[in-house]
Design a binder for this molecule. Sequence first.
Ligand code: HMG
Ligand code: MG
Length: 297
Amino acid sequence: MSDQIRIVEMGPRDGLQNEKTPVSVEARIAFVEALVAAGLTTVEVGAFVSPRAIPQMASSDQVLRGVSHVKGAEFHVLVPNEKGYDAARAAGAEVVSVFAAASEGFSRANINCSVAESIERFKPVVARAKADGVRVRGYVSCVLGCPFDGEIRPKAVADLAKTLWDLGCYEISLGDTIGVGTPLKAKEMLRAVGAEIPTANLAMHFHDTYGQALANLYAGMEEGVRAIDSAAGGLGGCPYAPGATGNVATEDVVYMLEGIGIRTGIDMEKLLTATNDVAGLLGRPPVSRVASALNAR
Ligand code: HMG
Ligand code: MG
């Protein structure tokens, strides 16, 4: 496993979208700047969703505009429909992410439509993006379990991933939204998806609710997956995924990768600063093991 792993940083989007403490636009911009300074080259910075549904992501246009001067990094934003796409483009988005779920229960709760309806909403987004030269990433949520529908069959994940791939997404990010997966289940799911689309175009987006995310990521790396979504400080969660905690922490991922000889290009001290600064704004210490260990030095 000596080859490269790509990290897609989720802190400013997934990380902050469920936080009770409001974080100003200026602080969100500063967070992105600090993450890029630490060496993160792909950062999801916001979501063009209903501000009534996710008030924390309101003003994502100002955040995206506010980081346009930052060089050497690619910025992603979520868009659920054409309205979101219009707003994202107006703010300068060059990569957008659509998000579907492998379960009807989560789709309904999260985006207020069935899985099939969500695909219909994405079709014009992807078509317009293609015409505009905008790249589209596709998420599949609840790949290892759903808070409403329970067990999810790997085949359901693979079918939906294939649908998003056939639409034209360049990468499919597979979300263990509620962090219930374990390594063998993760492998089984990734094999099922890998039978439909190239493993090189998959990403793992694992939440760490039960402390399994690193083990699941390692299992997925053994299957050949080479992209990892993570959030500084282990921030994150989705208001429509009750009980779920944050994404796997970026610093925990970096520590593991560097420890097994995979160079990440990320400066741990600068990442720790970014993590601690945002934790300070939120009024509590970071939950990640690596941040706790380093902060105790
Ligand atoms: P809806 O109610 O079906 O949509 O919501 P609608 O078209 O009927 O519109 C309802 C209202 O929303 C209207 O406003 C629209 O203008 C507005 P009103 O007239 O009531 O004032 N609206 C919008 N506003 C801003 N931007 C838009 C937009 N679209 C409609 N793009 C909708 C559908 C998807 C909009 C809504 O359900 C929503 O915003 N949901 C939020 C979903 C979300 O952001 N969830 C968290 C991110 S997903 C996640 O965390 C999982 C992930 O991390 C992977 C994983 O972990 O598995 C990606
Ligand atoms: Mg997530």
